[in-house]
Design a protein around this ligand. Sequence first.
Ligand code: PLP
Length: 382
Amino acid sequence: MLYLDNSATTKPYPDVLDTYRQVAEKFFGNPSSLHHLGVQAERLLTKAREQVADLLGVSGQEIIFTSGATEGNNLAIKGAAFAQRHKGKHLITTVIEHPSVSEAFEQLEKEFGFEVTWIPVNENGIVSPADIQKAVRNDTILVSVMHVNNEIGAIQPIEEIGEILKNYPNIVYHVDHVQGVGKVPLNIKKAGIDLCTISGHKFHALNGTGVLYIRKNTPILTLLSGGGQEASIRSGTENLAGSVSLAKGLRLAFNDYEEKIDRLINTKNYLINELEKIDGIIINTPKESSAPHIINFSVPGIKAEVLVHMLEEENIYVSTTSACSSRKKGESKVLKAMGKKSSITESAIRISLSIGQTIDDVKPLIDVLPSSIQKLKNIMGL
Ligand code: PLP
């Protein structure tokens, strides 16, 4: 099997699974319980929080464990907007965000009277910091920009935007860092980020685990009221085994970082070179300022889902744009925002690599792709 859908989800590392199992078995106490089983669990949770904080270069008190990035993004965006509604009603985001961001903004706009400015992208899928600057108003309270786009891999100028926003103390700056973790470095403190979302299952930890970084003193209203866990920002009995195994996964993601990234870039460059040689393929991922693990390409005339299933027959797993938008029918809003024609958006395929994949690993795709495309072209009379 050749799995090339790692931006949808990754296979958990065996060490992550071992950690999960050991913690779930031995430390089943509720961290809020007063007896020693509870105290042990609480200690382990604090240790995991400190480990995550160290790896992200922040403080343990600024880390909230969540159930993943959909929760993290909703909590960050709605929580910050509601907490600051007395200061203003204007919010800024981009047209290429993941639905867990864009739909949270749409809800704030439609149901709660906030006003949203949607920042466009250029032909490479990149937002201009100057456009963010121009959109800022006296009543702006929140700006949210993703780090790495999940469909095409374009890296956004997070630090430059952060530099601009440092001049506006009323604005909370949120970054969806989900696709960047372990692939594209991000200095949360230096970039002046107030809220930052990550998700365990995108770096070989488990589904249903995540982290929201909340800079000290950032206004945020809780969305989950209850027993006061996670600094009363996210109530609910903690997922101890999930959080400890997320810390393990994050540590593994940062081990031998540079060496792994070099290998990944080699694999990506090989794939792009080989894809460019195949008749009819157009690469949509920008050459510069793109993450080392995502390649998006189109074969105009061939519907993306048909090629996905054709490759599946060869035991090769890729996806149409992103897993989330592929369930909701329609063309890629990201490629549309980049000004691509419908022949490109309808045929867009995303390859997303795992951190360890080498050129040899991905060769089977290059071996079968030309004949698969030719077969489809023959069937369709192209
Ligand atoms: N943000 C981005 C950029 C993503 O790619 C995803 C998942 O694909 C999410 C958020 C949602 O993450 P989760 O599956 O943890 O809810």
